[in-house]
Each structure stands twice: as C-alpha cells, then as structure tokens.
Design a protein around this ligand. Structure first.
Ligand SMILES: Cc1cc2nc3c(=O)[nH]c(=O)nc-3n(C[C@H](O)[C@H](O)[C@H](O)COP(=O)(O)O)c2cc1C
Length: 183
C-alpha cells in the first residue's frame, strides 16, 4: 500500500511535517508512506496551466496519481486550511493539458493535523474535508487525529506523546482497512 504524505506547512520545524514522520513510524505493516514536499510548487495560475503544467506540478500530479491513497497533514491558519495546502489541492484538482482526469478524483485521503492551540486544527480539517469532496476525493476514516497543544507532544522534532502515537496508529489502521475495502 503506497501512500503519499503531504504537509500543508513549509516550515522546517513544522509540527505537521513531524506528524507525517511519526505516521511513517507507526503505520501498519504493508503501508509505505512517501513524503512529497510542496516547496517548489508555484501559486496556481490558470494562464500558466494553459501553457502546460510546470515540472513541480507534473511531479505532484504524478505522485498523487501513482499513490494508493493520500495522507494530508493540515495546519490551521485563521480557522482554515493553509494556503500552501489549498494551492496544492487546486493544482491537483485540475486535469491540465496532459491528463484526462484530475489526479485527485476518486482518491481516498486520510487527514490529520497539529497545532499549539487547544482545538488541534479541527476547523481546518472540517474545511479540508469540504474542499476535498468538491475536488472529487473522499476522506477516510471518519475519526479524527487532532494533535492539540502540539508543542507539548512534539519535542525536538519527534512526536513523543504515546497516546497520540497510539491514536495515530489506529487512525492509519482504519485508513488501511478502508483502502483495502474500496480497492
Ligand atoms: C497566520 C497564522 C494563523 C494561525 N491561525 C491559527 C488558528 O486559527 N488555529 C490554530 O490552532 N493555530 C493557528 N496558528 C498557529 C499554527 O497552528 C502554528 O503556527 C503551527 O505551528 C503551524 O503549523 P506547523 O507547525 O506545521 O508549521 C496560526 C499561525 C499563523 C502563522
């Protein structure tokens, strides 16, 4: 089971990127998570798209199309998803000139998020579900991984909180089961 992991934060010490690394560690047997960085992705521009997708966009779309499922780590900015993540979704929601169907269509997407606040990105995750649904993807499993007070659980770049690690492992197990059921 090849899963593409994407963090909605470009920050070097990002809690959300760290959560992706933790997911790699606690993923169930047979689930392989590869992280795709968004640092090179330009802002969506329909004029650019009409000329043909830039290399970083092609790479993102190919990576999504080739994955069995996606794992998105979703920061919360001003009660919503990060512009970085929305931008990537906007690109991937479009077929562009080289595809028949957008890479996101029909994809199963597992979401999670971390923030230093008390709500652990719940608002951003709700918004992310809506955006993904509009783009033709489905989110699974139904439960949530909301890593609140992330600064107390992620220390020196590692998720050290055992309860959160267990919850993340169960979430990924549910994701694996949904992927297997819908394959
Ligand atoms: C512009 C901005 C808006 C933010 N708004 C929220 C918010 O609405 N809710 C929240 O929990 N945290 C908010 N934060 C704090 C982020 O959760 C925090 O910066 C977090 O570390 C970002 O994720 P990262 O660690 O993966 O980079 C905001 C941060 C910034 C820079």
């Amino acid at each position: 089971m090849n899963i593409l992991g994407i963090s909605g934060s470009l920050r070097q010490a990002s809690f959300n990127t760290t959560l992706l690394h933790a997911a790699q560690e606690v993923a169930p047997a047979g689930m392989n998570i590869t992280i795709h960085r968004l640092h090179a992705l330009p802002l969506f521009d329909q004029d650019v798209e009409e000329q043909g997708d830039p290399a970083s966009v092609v790479a993102l779309k190919d990576a999504i199309a080739g994955a069995d499922g996606l794992l998105l780590a979703c920061p919360e900015y001003n009660g919503g998803i990060s512009g970085v993540l929305k931008n990537a979704i906007d690109w991937a929601s479009r077929a562009g000139r080289s595809r028949q169907v957008a890479a996101l269509v029909g994809k199963t997407v597992c979401i999670m998020g971390a923030s230093p606040g008390m709500t652990g990105t719940v608002r951003a995750q709700d918004q992310l579900r809506q955006v993904l649904r509009r783009a033709g993807a489905r989110t699974e499993p139904q439960g949530e991984v909301l890593v609140f007070q992330a600064h107390t659980k992620i220390i020196e770049g590692r998720l050290v909180d055992e309860r959160t690690r267990d919850a993340l492992g169960r979430h990924l197990q549910g994701f694996a089961e949904r992927l297997a059921a819908t394959a």
